[in-house]
Design a protein around this ligand. Structure first.
Ligand SMILES: [Mn+2]
Length: 241
């Protein structure tokens, strides 16, 4: 039996230098919530920034706020984080360089994993090489079938039943049914409003947007509990103090 584990999952922060105070307040609000609610790790499921182009001093201010999270944090890019042209750097890439080792940005186009909480939590995510119907955010998803580890995947895109709609970055759970069987929690980002469903035993959740500028201020608190007692609850950030 794995020890019960609590995660805070947020997404779609849409941090923008022109809204610096609300951006930093959003991170402080999540940090306070993580402490108050006893979260052991924090997941940010993409659209961290509102555009890839942010001035260096703003990214540094964001890095300072993220550094103050004592819990390990795992972030992935969303469609607002990526560059649509040449090989220039992007704000999330710059942030990744500034963060201490316990925080990880999973941006590899082939997907990559992070092991947190002394190996008790396996998190898989991949970068977003393009935001198009060809980009499958769960391509190559890795889960661990290990009774000593929780298996979590994180993805940014559009939950959809079929590829026929040709939405960009479609997430078709049936295409990954095999791998998802041993994933306890699928942390999603892209939608401003929260949404929870189950796929087999996997809890699938859009946390909603934590942004007070563009979003619903929502975030999710996930409890991983053996055997099969995983739950998720939506919370809302209070107004900044
Ligand atoms: Mn998005």
């Amino acid at each position: 039996m794995r020890p019960p584990t609590r995660l805070l999952h947020a997404s779609d922060l849409h941090l923008h230098w022109q809204q610096c105070d609300p951006a930093l307040d959003c991170l402080r609000g999540l940090r306070d919530a993580a402490a108050r609610l006893g979260a052991q790790a924090v997941l940010i499921a993409g659209d961290v920034f509102d555009t890839a182009d942010q001035p260096a001093d703003f990214v540094e201010a964001v890095a300072k706020e993220v550094e103050l999270f004592p819990q390990p944090m795992v972030l992935i890019p969303g469609n607002y984080d990526i560059r649509y042209s040449a090989d220039e750097s992007d704000a999330l890439g710059v942030l990744a360089e500034l963060l201490p080792g316990r925080h990880r940005v999973l941006a590899d186009g082939e997907g990559e994993s992070a092991l947190l909480l002394d190996g008790a939590l396996h998190i898989w995510g991949r970068g977003m090489p393009e935001h198009s119907p060809h980009n499958d955010p769960l391509r190559g998803v890795v889960s661990v079938e290990d009774t000593a580890r929780w298996s979590v995947a994180i993805a940014h895109g559009e939950l959809t039943r079929s590829r026929r709609g040709m939405r960009s970055s479609p997430i078709v759970l049936d295409d990954h049914a095999q791998a998802l069987r041993s994933v306890h929690y699928l942390a999603l980002g892209h939608h401003d409003d929260s949404h929870i469903e189950r796929f087999g035993t996997t809890v699938v959740c859009y946390s909603g947007s934590a942004s007070s500028v563009l979003g619903s201020r929502e975030f999710a608190v996930v409890d991983l509990v053996d055997p099969g007692g995983d739950t998720v609850e939506i919370h809302r950030l209070g107004p900044p103090t």
